[in-house]
Design a protein around this ligand. Structure first.
Ligand SMILES: *Cc1c(COP(=O)(O)O)cnc(C)c1O
Length: 370
């Protein structure tokens, strides 16, 4: 039996950068500045330039990027925030933590993204914000969501889509607050937790910089309550090493996705057996490559047997999570998202995936489903 295909091969990615990563560590070690400081400032400037935005605010994680953005926007008790139930928990967890009410609406069946028509239908005077999610690395339909959001502010959860573009322009400045994660498995991953919010709004950037340090301005004087949402200098230094490579890695993800599209699409299987999501925009970064099938669990077992690891993002929609029972959603209330949870399967697509291994993945899928 040959070795398993790695789901994501960060060891190979980091081995190629080992000398530079060690030099970054040494630089921070001898600087004595470990939290925020010059290393974080330099990283923020480099990211702002890469994204083509005025302000980039480094924070402690992608979750905290969402939290800091919503706090700076004044989301709190009495407010409603509309979002998708088919996302990582953090998207809605932050809304609840601020005492606001998460309002879940269904997704578009082809792309799995928050459905702008459903957002428009759910909007009330209490809707303070709408959070669109760039699921699997594909930008959500920002123009349609902005329209649907009306006077509510549109926040983009871009945790999975660093480096993506929407209508030909790198994301980061299309909406007032764009929230990124540097969790190791994202398109640009640190060696630990990290996140960032980008914005073109100077006033919002200033508020977020204060929220990040307990709301202090100046130090030890608090007109507002924030938290400790600071980015470590070490993570900023590592991310500065990795940032210049992110476009190459995204190109490799796209090449792997194009290969799967062709191999799996050409198989001509009935759509219930093997479905490929629609691609709304070529700016997709394929942080995950997912297929859908009504034989998901059997396929997953057969692939595991063949040494092909897979992942399920996500097995349970957020509106049916136990912690959100108080919101009163019933099974069947958001059927497209519920069905997606039963059918999607993510397969290896990372930039280090070899041609031999992606052939092995595609072959194993087709052998199992035909
Ligand atoms: C990863 C992720 C987050 C949270 O990011 P962390 O850095 O892990 O806190 C939020 N939203 C989505 C959609 C994610 O995939």
């Amino acid at each position: 039996m040959t070795d398993s295909v790695p789901f994501l091969d960060l060891a190979t990615q980091h081995a190629a950068l080992e000398t530079e990563l060690r030099a970054a560590f040494d630089r921070v070690l001898s600087s004595g500045a470990f939290i925020l400081g010059p290393e974080v400032n330099a990283f923020e400037e480099e990211v702002a330039r890469y994204l083509g935005v005025a302000h980039a605010v480094g924070v402690s994680s992608g979750t905290d990027a969402l939290l800091v953005a919503l706090m700076a926007l004044g989301v709190g008790p009495g407010d409603e925030v509309i979002t998708t139930p088919f996302t990582f928990f953090a998207t809605a967890g932050v809304v609840h933590r601020l005492g606001a009410r998460p309002v879940f609406v269904d997704i578009r069946p082809g792309t799995f993204e928050l459905d702008p028509a459903a957002v428009a239908a759910a909007r009330t005077e209490r809707t303070k914000a709408v959070i669109g999610v760039d699921l699997f690395g594909q930008p959500c339909d920002l123009d349609a969501l902005r329209e649907a959001a009306g006077p509510a502010v549109l926040v983009e959860d871009a945790a999975q889509s660093f480096g993506a573009s929407y209508r030909g322009k790198t994301i980061g400045g299309h909406v007032p607050a764009v929230c990124f994660s540097f969790f190791p498995a994202k398109n640009l991953g640190g060696l630990g937790d990290g996140g960032l919010v980008s914005t073109d709004d100077a006033e919002l950037a200033t508020r977020m910089r204060r929220v990040r340090v307990h709301g202090a301005h100046p130090k030890y004087f608090h007109a507002m309550v924030g938290g400790n949402f600071r980015l470590d200098a070490l993570q900023a230094a590592f991310l500065r090493v990795k940032l210049p490579h992110v476009d190459t890695w995204i190109a490799a993800r796209r090449a792997n996705a194009a290969y799967y599209d062709e191999r799996l699409g050409a198989a001509g299987l009935a759509p219930e057996r093997l479905g490929l999501p629609e691609r709304a925009d070529p700016g997709h970064t394929y942080n995950q490559y997912v297929i859908r099938t009504n034989r998901r669990d059997a396929l997953r077992d057969a692939l595991a047997e063949a040494g092909v690891p897979t992942a399920i993002y996500y097995p349970k929609p957020l509106h049916l999570q136990e912690c959100f029972a108080y919101l009163g959603y019933e099974p069947g209330s958001l059927p497209i998202a519920e069905r997606a949870c039963d059918e999607v399967l993510a397969i290896p697509v990372g930039p280090e995936l070899t041609e031999a291994n992606r052939d092995r993945v595609a072959t194993a899928i087709l052998t199992t489903l035909t």
